[in-house]
Write a protein that binds this ligand. Sequence first.
Ligand code: CTP
Ligand code: MN
Ligand code: MN
Ligand code: MN
Length: 371
Amino acid sequence: ASATPPPPKATVSQYACQRRTTTENNNKTLTDAFEVLADSYELNEMEGPCLAFRRAVSVLKSLPWAVKSLETAQDLPCLGEHSKAVMKEILQYGHSFEVEKTLSDERYQTLKLFTSVFGVGPKTADKWYRRGLRSFSEVLTDSSIQLNRMQQSGFLHYGDISRAVSKAEARALRSIIDEAVHVITPDAVLALTGGFRRGKEFGHDVDFIVTTPEPGEEETLLPKIMNRLTKQGILLFSDYQTSTFEMSKLPCHRFEAMDHFAKCFLILRLEASKVEGGLHLAEGDSRGWRAVRVDLVSPPMERYAFALLGWTGSRQFERDLRRFARMERRMLLDNHALYDKTKKEFLAATTEKDIFAHLGLEYIEPWQRNA
Ligand code: CTP
Ligand code: MN
Ligand code: MN
Ligand code: MN
């Protein structure tokens, strides 16, 4: 008689959408180190190595155990020669020479500082760096530099918006947006999305989807909300992008970072009195308000499930959902739709579960998408 075969070793998928990743990270020392290298490659526009480290970070974040030796990491996907070498150094000496060197690099430090300002991307940061600028005061006193509106607000509210937003603050903002949107349309739908929907305790902003069942009405929703916030005196900054969504232009074959729905990037004034337990401010800061970044996106109701899935994140989870769809299913997924290239047709969905089912994936809850 044949012996019972040993239980199969639990294999970890190379796709984040086939892993369950909570906010609990058992490999923070390693992922922090890898993230430094990924950021550094990103700032130098080296997409390949950047993505390799981001994938390695994501795999490590999904593990219910801490990697303590290279041997135990042997069967994990997405760990290449380079990430294994860095991992070896950290496991052996507690730190990596390459990561330390990157952290003390002047260009890395300056680009990280500049890109931490709302409205400043890698291109602008690099331009300032090449001009010899190294600090905010040098940027702000350089007469040849013209800051755009977003960057001006970014500097003006720098202290507040570089400070994490708490769950209590996110809840308070939800009430404010909820009230505004229901005054405008009683049957409006509001959903919290982004990191807070994934159960994070803190975020860099608060993301919401707003829509209404009345087709076309969603297009005027955001300007109306912004109007109301202005009248309340709490809209400190807004960048509104009108909808360029057209079903007839789908599917988009090339990768796009942005979707075509109407959206706005805001800075709101949040009063301490509205937040249960008070504002999340620095020790000794006793102001009665703070500035907070808020993103609103407004898809047509019929596109709601795709927008919700796309805006819930994490970024790595989204990347791998799309990669899985393309590589494993010959399908194209984005924030607007799911297209089957074999059947040459769009697949309808009213919930996120429908989309996972079309893709032949087990449903992953939002709090398991912290890839
Ligand atoms: N997103 C998007 N299009 C944009 C901006 C964001 O599709 N123009 C998506 C991102 O892919 C991400 C989600 O919206 O999955 C939320 O983005 P963001 O607020 O930047 O990140 P969070 O995951 O919410 O993390 P944080 O707590 O730092 O805000
Ligand atoms: Mn967010
Ligand atoms: Mn956001
Ligand atoms: Mn497009």
